[in-house]
Design a protein around this ligand. Structure first.
Ligand code: AP5
Length: 604
């Protein structure tokens, strides 16, 4: 019953970060936030005069110059670099002194202070649409919805001054979902400072806080009164600085703090915030000064890289560590995501290096399975970025393509899964070496998108929509691409019951034949009991040019789980073959799909 050669697995599975299955809502990169815009009249450094989502973000070594010597010479790079600016996050309970310390940090280090509280208050006082929406949440001491705050923060971070001078992010992220969004966009601070102050002190600080609307300076009626009567006369109190609201804000802070910190454990510095502001700043100053020194030291050397410059995929190439566990814990940890990106990347590279040109990647871990409610477009984008940047690193010009609107008139539209995708791609961090616009380009699907200088094409989840078929455009594109590689990532090219517009130029058989002409270079699918998505019973994995491996998930007495190899297949196994392997029966090709795996017949 067991096939040819069993795949090699090791018993030491990667250690993965445990996450609670349902306590944490799965964050999603809601594409809708990309479409809203606003303006603010404030001139403060933390305010944004307009939120533009069109300019590509680059949060890295923006001041570096990347000189490409020979694009075809693998991995050889020379970088002349200035010191990379600091990226700092400051967190702490309400009134822990974040704003006060930020004033001092900005004075000394010249970072761009981005305070979500200040940005929101600017919107409120300007009476903008965002301000009106945010006001009710702020006044109630609640968090403003993620899509509003996230759009403001990412837009502000993308502005030139933040890229050049570095940034000091104050008040964001305030939830695990916000932290995950930043991770997905590859926005990582160098340091995460947490100010620690006892609750009873916090309430007194809030209630006694006063703001100078002219200078933005923060005062306290007892601790830091203003120097002159003139200033005193114009001070204002924040609407959310009542004892009752502070308590609510504090509660929300405590509920989220641990989950956010888990994202930044390795760079967290907790500081006792119940001391004089000068002493607190001394601690912060020495941390940041040291960081700055380290960065300067790093940047003086020219960089000759023999390996991937972006380090987005893990360095564990060619050492497959078995299927990672806890795949039903969502959101997936960074380790799990990187694990799969790495696995897919290796398979894709092997296939392209072997001269394969029509390829598809199908991976349905829960975050990449649109049938599940934990699907995350950010994870799909990260995967695409890892693959595209790796090929770009090999000197290839890669076009990343997302299908645009299909159909006409009332029938025009795009599959929900892809809404906003192109915008996200455009404003993602594409690395520090100017790859975007040179070695990476973003395009749509169709013959017109194929330019002479393009070396290969990565198509993001091309799919048919009800009433519209992408295959004509796809076929025209692959014809124009000739023998240049075209890689489909999670395509969905099955027939959909369509309105009259579908299949105008090609028949059904031809369409299916065309869809099948793409060779699998990576396949990963979790197996569940019929009709359920829990528990995971096993997995199928195939990486080019290897066989399909069937694994069974087993619970160990220690409470841990592991995957054990059951069987291998030279072609994608049928439902009967999977059933038989699980039941320990010899293979029976004539049997009908049935049993616990019967439901999968629709999938295969
Ligand atoms: P935000 O403005 O960020 O409020 P906060 O986090 O509650 O923090 P505070 O501004 O109240 O305090 P702070 O730590 O800056 O302390 P400060 O230096 O002023 O956010 C406001 C609202 O916006 C939120 O409630 C939410 O609705 C919304 N929002 C913001 N970000 C969001 C996000 N990411 N997602 C969703 N919603 C979001 O100091 C306080 C007082 O103490 C001052 O009077 C000061 O003079 C005094 N003081 C400071 N240091 C000391 C010291 N060492 N000793 C004695 N007194 C001190």
């Amino acid at each position: 019953m067991l096939a040819t050669s069993a795949p090699t697995t090791t018993t030491s599975l990667p250690s993965l970060h445990p996450l609670t299955y349902s306590a944490i809502p799965a964050p999603s990169l809601n594409p809708s936030f990309l479409s809203f815009s606003s303006s603010s009249s404030s001139s403060s450094s933390s305010s944004s005069s307009s939120y533009s989502y069109l300019s590509p973000l680059s949060f890295g070594l923006h001041s570096k110059t990347h000189v490409r010597i020979n694009p075809k010479l693998k991995g050889l790079r020379v970088s002349c670099s200035k010191s990379e600016p600091l990226k700092v996050m400051i967190s702490g309970a309400p009134a822990s002194g974040k704003g006060t310390q930020c004033e001092l940090i900005v004075q000394k280090f010249g970072l761009v202070h981005i305070s979500t509280g200040d940005l929101l208050r600017d919107e409120v006082s300007s009476g903008t649409e965002i301000g009106n929406k945010a006001k009710e949440f702020m006044n109630a001491g609640k968090l403003v919805p993620d899509e509003i705050v996230t759009a403001m923060v990412t837009a502000r971070l993308s502005r030139q001054d933040a890229k050049e001078k570095g940034w000091l992010l104050d008040g964001y992220p305030r939830s695990f979902a916000q932290a995950q969004t930043l991770e997905e966009l590859n926005i990582r601070p160098d340091i995460y400072i947490v100010l620690d102050v006892p609750d009873e002190i916090l309430i007194d600080r809030c209630v006694g806080r006063r703001l100078d609307p002219e200078t933005g300076k923060i005062y306290h009626v007892k601790n830091f009164p203003p120097d002159s009567d003139e200033i005193k006369a114009r001070l204002v109190t924040r609407a959310d600085d009542t004892e009752e609201k502070v308590k609510s804000r504090l509660e929300i802070y405590k509920k989220n703090a641990a989950a956010i910190s888990s994202t930044y454990t390795s760079i967290t510095n907790k500081i006792d915030g119940n001391r004089s502001k000068e002493i607190i700043f001394k601690d912060i100053d020495s941390l940041l000064s040291q960081l700055q020194k380290d960065k300067t030291a790093k940047s003086v050397k020219p960089v000759f890289q023999a390996e991937s410059r972006l380090n987005l995929a893990s360095s564990s190439r060619d050492k497959w560590r078995g299927i990672p566990t806890r795949l039903n814990n969502v959101p997936h940890s960074r380790e799990i995501r990187n694990y799969f990106y790495d696995d897919v990347l290796q398979a894709t590279e092997r296939a392209v290096n072997d001269g394969r040109t029509r390829l598809k990647v199908e991976i349905n871990i829960p975050e990449l399975n649109p049938e599940m409610d934990v699907y995350r477009i950010g994870t799909l984008m990260e995967l695409v970025r890892v693959i595209a940047l790796s090929f770009a690193d090999d000197g290839k010009c890669v076009k990343v393509c997302v299908q645009g609107s299909m159909g006409e008139g009332a029938l025009a539209g795009m599959p929900l899964q892809l809404a906003g995708t192109r915008k996200i791609l455009e404003f993602m961090d594409w690395g520090d070496y100017g790859a975007m616009g040179t070695f990476i380009k973003i395009g749509s699907i169709g013959a017109k998108e194929v330019d002479e200088q393009d070396d290969m094409f990565i198509l993001v989840a091309p799919q048919n929509a009800v009433g519209n078929c992408i295959i004509d455009d796809l076929k025209a594109m692959t014809d124009a691409a000739g023998n240049r590689p075209v890689i489909l990532i999670n395509p969905r090219l099955k027939d959909l019951p369509g309105s009259s517009g579908i299949m105008q130029t090609m028949g059904r058989d031809k369409r299916l034949e065309y869809a099948a002409s793409f060779e699998s270079c990576y396949f990963f699918r979790l197996l569940y009991y019929a009709g359920t998505q829990y528990p995971i019973m096993g997995a199928i994995r195939m990486t080019y040019p290897s066989v399909y491996e069937l694994h069974k998930r087993v619970d160990e007495p220690s409470g841990k789980e592991k995957y054990i190899p059951l069987s291998t297949f030279t072609a994608r196994p049928t439902i009967d073959e999977i059933n038989d392997a699980f039941l320990g029966k010899p293979r029976n090709k004539d049997k009908k799909a049935s049993g616990i795996w019967g439901f999968l017949s629709g999938v295969f």
